[in-house]
Write a protein that binds this ligand. Sequence first.
Ligand code: FRU
Length: 494
Amino acid sequence: MSQTLRDARKYEEITEKRNENEEKPAFHLSARVGWMNDPNGFSFYDGKYHLFYQYHPYNSHWGPMHWGHAVSEDLLHWTYLPAALAPDTVYDEAGCFSGSALTLPDGRHLLMYTGVCKEHQSDGRICDIQAQCIAIGDGRDYEKYKGNPVLTQKDLPDNGSKYDFRDPKMWIASDGTYRCVAGNCTPDRDGQILLFSSPDGMNWKYDKILIANNGRFGTMWECPDFFSLDGKQLLIVSPMDMLPHGLEYHNGNGTLCLIGSYDEKEEVFTEEKDQAVDYGIDFYAPQTILSPDGRRIMIGWMQNWDTCNLHSPEKAWFGQMSLPRELSVVNGRLIQKPVRELNNLHGGEVRYENVTFSGIKMLEKVEGRKIDMEVSVRPIDEENMYQKFMIRFAQNDTYHTSVSFRPRESIVKVDRKFSGTRRAVIHQRRSRVNGKNGEIKLRIILDTFSVEIFINDGEHVMSATMYTDTSADAISFLADGIVTMDVVKYELLM
Ligand code: FRU
């Protein structure tokens, strides 16, 4: 093991103890210490889910990337393992960027990641270039492959940039050979996804450009994932520098899903539809796995590059993952639901039915910062459509975050402007939803410093972090007009 990795492992162990009293999310994986971004190497190996992550242990800001590591049996209770990778070789000295994992036929765990290194340019500049590398291990310790890097600038198409070539996501094809997709762009930074193949997971070759952006969605495409689901083929990708498109796509880094079909033999992906993956503020760079019981489960970084300067530099940790979500495709649309394992954490059920009110309403025992609450709202009758319904949570006399629904426009809005933030970054986002005659179902999951809102059984999802003091735990309901609602609320007990 290199000294760099040994140092990181020692540092995280000591610092974790020192930070023991820091409040952290309960069932969302957060950085063990320091900084976390993308999920990496999400896999089921040796009887457990493994989740690695982009990691800078030494402070709560992005820096030379390591891979942090955690395992779980239920995707909610996570145990940290020692850091798996450190930037300790000539080919990854500037960082071990995102990548994926698979199990080899001999039972070893295969990681593929992007190694970033410095290259001297003919004009004297030094630039970071990116190549794909491999590490093999036993679920705890990993050794970098002697043949690294396994895919370099030599493996790129003529128009492929060596400066933006990253985030390999592997899978096993139906004939047992290996494939991977990686993000790339043209010299003018138009995103494209490249497809590579390998007989054994070690020797890789370039196959083709699987799909080109052609100027549609942002610039460079990061963190692709490519899989079949419910008879469709999905490409999930995170483009940088998006321009807004109605309420579907927002400015900046976003995550979208292209739904279509795939001819595996000819390696041709035919796109049919596109949609955003998360309509909230904080979600990026997701990765999926197929669980042992056949579910396609996705986890994303519950943060966004444009809003991560929300936190103060003194914070001991920064960055958390989204809730793992079960995916399906229904009528050509990606549907997301919290993993069913979440139901096992349910305690202290509180139930209210047919609560009719206007103005402000608070309900006894409906409060908390670690809760799973479903609220179904409807007008009292069709002639009396309400103007607006709102739920405030993480609330005290000074602070709150809210989700609101305007039935006439069919728009749901999440707003954390009053969550205690002192930065002028995006605090609100709106999504157009299916509000059938003023009826809507909102499943709201709070975990300490975040909210995830699953609308109408997962047709739309909105995620946002809010770093409000956890003593602010009140919940109130507001109606402009008269509404009737049902509320079911559980505490989430770890
Ligand atoms: C996405 C990303 C990846 C890269 C990693 C670096 O958030 O920019 O493309 O591999 O983060 O930390």
